[in-house]
Design a protein around this ligand. Structure first.
Ligand code: TYD
Length: 205
């Protein structure tokens, strides 16, 4: 039996990382095998590409290079991690996936959704997440949380307007496909967020 593919999305500082162990525990307690992974990354090759994507290179990275590198990493991640895990019946919990390409490269970088959709079709075929958990909170709250962490990458350092576009793109995608997307109120206190996650994962089991 094929497993279930769940992705976590949201703007910076939305608390996806804190959600991962909660989801893993819920699924393991229910007797499921779980593979936790992330994008960009998830295989040695994709993690190397992640390093290129997040680093500064002394010149602005063209948006198209960014998009193609995201999908170059994704092709490896799908072939060598996600697809084998799903085929073996595991639940795959992935911290970001192609919705992030639509939101960051398609919307905020201005490449448009057609470019992303073309690569999605090419790289993924019919593969889509079974459920997308969208961690939503006001952009300024997320930025404040991320600033408190110290280390930042190229994306964290973008201006608030960029992250607002990312948030709007997630909102539009969630609205367009309510069967696949579930919004988590990520501005809520952490125990309330955990309750929402328990409810949403419980509904899948
Ligand atoms: P990371 O530090 O993992 O961010 P976060 O903890 O917020 O997930 O950095 C990954 C960055 O890559 C993040 O800012 C979003 C960005 N990204 C894209 O722009 N496009 C994509 O397709 C993916 C998967 C990520």
């Amino acid at each position: 039996m094929s497993g279930c593919f769940i992705t976590l999305e949201g703007t910076e500082g939305a608390g996806k990382s804190s959600a991962v162990p909660i989801i893993r525990n819920l699924l393991e307690q229910a007797g499921q095998r779980v593979v936790v992974t992330r994008e960009p990354g998830g295989t040695p090759l994709a993690e190397a590409i992640r390093g290129v994507l997040l680093a500064d290179h002394g010149e602005p990275m063209p948006a198209m290079s960014e998009l193609l590198l995201m999908f170059a990493a994704r092709a490896s991640h799908l072939r060598d991690c996600i697809e084998p895990a799903l085929a073996a019946g595991a639940w795959v919990i992935c911290d970001r996936f192609t919705d992030a390409s639509y939101a960051y490269q398609g919307a905020a970088r201005g490449l448009g959704s057609d470019a992303v959709a073309t690569l999605e079709q090419l790289v993924q075929g019919e593969r889509r997440p079974d459920r997308v958990l969208w961690f939503d909170l006001p952009v300024e709250v997320g930025i404040e949380r991320v600033n408190g962490r110290g280390a930042s990458n190229r994306f964290d350092r973008e201006l608030q307007a960029f992250h607002e576009q990312v948030r709007q793109a997630y909102a539009a995608r969630a609205e367009a496909d309510p069967d696949r997307y579930r919004r988590v109120d990520a501005a809520a206190p952490s125990e309330a967020v955990a309750d929402q996650i328990r409810r949403l994962i419980g509904a899948l089991l």
